[in-house]
Ligand binder design. Sequence first.
Ligand code: SAM
Length: 403
Amino acid sequence: MRLHRNLVFATIDALAEIFNEGNYADKVIEKTLKRDKRWGSRDRSFIAETTYDIVRWKRLYAEIAEVKEPYKREDLFRMFAVWCVLRGITIPDWPQFEKTPERRIKGRFDELSRIRKFRESVPDWMDKLGEEELGEKVWTKELHALNEQAPVVIRANKLKTNPKELAQVLSEEGIETSNLRNYPEALVLKERANIFKTKAFQNGLFEVQDASSQRVAEFLDVKPGMRVVDTCAGAGGKTLHLAALMENKGQIIALDIYGNKLKELKRRAKRAGAHNVETRSIDSTKVIKKLYNSADRVLIDAPCSGLGVLSRNPDAKWKLDPEFLDRIRKTQLEILEQYSRIVKEGGKLVYATCSILPSENQKQVQKFLKTEAGKPFRLMKEKVILSSESGYDGFYMALLEKE
Ligand SMILES: C[S@@+](CC[C@H](N)C(=O)[O-])C[C@H]1O[C@@H](n2cnc3c(N)ncnc32)[C@H](O)[C@@H]1O
């Protein structure tokens, strides 16, 4: 691989913004890719993938390069040189890479690879917590899986198409996919591509949604004609899936505390042809109280650490901290206690997170069942999806019935 100066410089600029200014990697990359219209798809994927790679391996690379935060530009070039050496890419003879100690880099890599927190590149506190909660064996395997690049999975929108037909349409647009066994609506891309540009996407034939995430709406056991409340709907990944499972019949009320996310949800629902979705912003407790005892099904896709989706969002390793986790666990329990009241008698509730920590998952459900609001509920089943076992995101979901 020959490195192009403008692409490497764009990557270094993006890294400076992510590491030193604390901006979100996806947003920074999106902005960086708009910088030069002449960049083709290969150039764009070089910038995106290299930036994500160096974000993912930040601790390991910084340790090998012997640099400390806040990183100066020359430090970022040193980390970039580590990336090159470990991938067997010839270092260009630019002044920025003068005297790159290739042998020393390889030696340091071998040394540090013996220690999990360096090998898998995570902060000390996260490594300790993961081991405490999951045990040494599971955490080691899981962490390794969460450092793999995530495959691109899409969900065929059954309101408009089916996986077979969609695969054909995408193939005609030059995008090859394969089926995913046991995931009835999913297709996985054989090669990464900018699928948002396809006509199929613009016509609402699919959504990008990880395979594990596609399990959540299924778990809620919805039927056409039901009244369903999606309480933490965000931009509507699961809402749209629910609409498809309900064949557009019945009612879905999508809630979130952020109005801008719900705006995006509405745009996506229109594209997907989902007509039974109504959005409501939670701007006071009244919004929730008005819905008490009214829904056949309630989904709580709770805000969480996102530790199950590190392969998609490696940035979270550096943005999360133990205080945030404490706060989010409190919020999760409050949400469970309040929003569960929306379920009517005989109705069902799914509590889901994209975390793999029992303290955000099973333990929260157990705590909830002991509260006043939890008393009428019975845990019907729960599913723990580990990335190391499924090959997709880590997720948790619990189905509860109100008796
Ligand atoms: C895991 S995300 C939801 C993802 C979304 N369901 C999807 O499938 O695309 C959690 C969502 O909860 C929202 N949220 C955070 N605190 C909340 C609260 N107290 N009540 C309702 N929603 C909340 C966040 O804005 C975020 O959109």
